[in-house]
Design a protein around this ligand. Structure first.
Ligand code: PHE
Length: 438
């Protein structure tokens, strides 16, 4: 059977942006920013996106397009059958399963909030989130979200993923921009904008390490790096266009959406809630589900706006979750001759169980969605960089150069040396710091 590929270059770009734009931008980014000093965090984060994220994205693209395989098959084959590199790739497949297990639980919350916005169930009820976030009902909504994800993935690369993200990704951007315009125009929004956009050098000076760690983790998560998503998506490229160009567009759009999400969330919190409440600043998940949700109850047409808002979040979450499920599906299809249908159903069955465990166990959920994921992504990306830089080496440079323009080609050698040296060291130091080893 011939392997599938994207119909168009735009289809690939929209799918990759769809993967990148997700709960990372809309749910994780605002509270990460809130917890780490606002604008100080934003600046460090943007720097890491540019200097680590984009080169990392290109490394994954190069591995994927050159091998035309899932991460495990890619590293195994391109290293001429090295079992150890195969295991590094397999780690990505495993990480995808771990990620989706908790991501699908959050996806379930969002699904529930779309419905609850229609009926107004959480309006005037600040305890709503705590009441629904864990337990049997949370598990049921996780299963529903997972079902939607599997439904798209089973359709295949072209008629499933590409078709869905070609509609969803532009819709996310347009709706979010409209919400940002509305949020900024609320009276009292200035204080939120000031918190978000004024550079606070003192905070950064006082907490350089924790800001750096949080920003690095967030940068990898939001660009879907370190799992092999971008390897897998690039493996479906048919033609050889400029990877550097496509990668820059993807990173730019993703960052734009992240910043836009901040422009929705912070003005809303300050204009309608009078600032960062305890939940927004401290308890991660709360920022979106408690503070933002209750801000809607104070405005005219609040229910309608809330449906729009959580609708955007749902689309963003889905276009990311499909990219997580696609990794193990591609692995089974490529390496074990399983049909896409059986692979998708079997894996969905597995995640149904692991996700349910997360939905029933808040402690486990918090550990998995925070430190475990950060560690796996950082280690995974370090592995991919060393692989592209040293094992592929000159071949990586050749693959990078294929289809790229003059400026991109001039940046090829600096890119190769950055992924060989500085960037893996940076990632390993971050990893060591977060594990308390350095
Ligand atoms: N980038 C996605 C988000 O921001 C999450 C993701 C991580 C998706 C890793 C795929 C792989 O929500």
């Amino acid at each position: 059977m011939t392997r599938e590929s994207w119909t168009t270059r735009l289809g690939f770009i929209l799918a990759a942006v769809g993967s990148a734009v997700g709960l990372g931008n809309l749910w994780r980014f605002p509270w990460m920013t809130a917890e780490n000093g606002g604008s100080a965090f934003l600046v460090v984060y943007l720097g890491i996106i540019l200097l680590v994220g984009v080169p990392g994205l290109l490394a994954e693209f190069v591995i994927g397009r050159r091998s035309k395989r899932n991460p495990a098959g890619a590293l195994y084959r391109l290293s001429n059958g090295s079992g150890s590199w195969g295991i590094v790739g397999l780690l990505g497949v495993f990480t995808a399963l771990v990620l989706l297990s908790f991501y699908s639980v959050v996806g379930g919350w969002i699904l529930r909030y779309v419905g609850a916005s229609v009926t107004g169930a959480y309006f005037g009820n600040p305890g709503y989130f705590d009441a629904i976030s864990f337990g049997a009902e949370a598990a049921a909504f996780h299963v529903a979200f997972l079902g939607l994800t599997a439904f798209i993935v089973v359709g295949g690369v072209r008629s499933g993923i590409e078709k869905a993200t070609t509609v969803m990704t532009p819709l996310i951007v347009v709706m979010l921009a409209a919400l940002a315009v509305w949020a900024i125009s609320q009276s009292g929004a200035d204080a939120g904008l000031a918190f978000y956009l004024d550079f606070d050098a003192d905070y950064l000076q006082a907490n350089p390490i924790s800001v750096l760690q949080a920003a690095a983790g967030q940068a990898l998560f939001t660009l879907s790096l370190g799992v092999g998503t971008m390897i897998t998506y690039a493996s479906y490229l048919g033609e050889d266009n400029s990877l550097a160009f496509d990668g820059s567009v993807i990173a730019l759009l993703n960052t734009g959406v992240g910043v836009l999400a901040g422009l929705v969330v912070f003005p809303l919190l300050f204009a309608l809630q009078g600032g960062l409440s305890e939940t927004a600043a401290g308890g991660g998940p709360g920022a979106l589900f408690v503070s933002v949700a209750s801000a809607f109850q104070q405005v005219p047409f609040g229910q309608l706006l809330a449906v729009g808002f959580f609708g955007v979040v749902l689309l963003a979450a889905l276009s990311s979750s499909i990219s997580m499920l696609e990794i193990p599906v591609a692995y089974l299809v490529d390496e074990h001759d399983v049909s896409r249908r059986s692979a998708t159903l079997g894996l969905a069955g597995l995640i149904l169980v692991t996700g349910t465990v997360c939905a029933l166990n808040p402690g486990l959920f918090t550990t998995v969605s925070g430190p475990v994921v950060d560690t796996l992504l950082t280690a995974g990306l370090a592995g991919f960089l060393v692989f592209a830089g040293w094992v592929l080496g000159g071949d990586a440079l050749a693959e990078y150069g294929t289809g790229s323009g003059r400026i991109a080609r001039a940046l090829g050698v600096p890119w190769l040396w950055s992924i060989r040296t500085v960037l893996p060291v940076f990632l390993l130091v971050t990893l060591g710091l977060s594990l308390g080893l350095v």
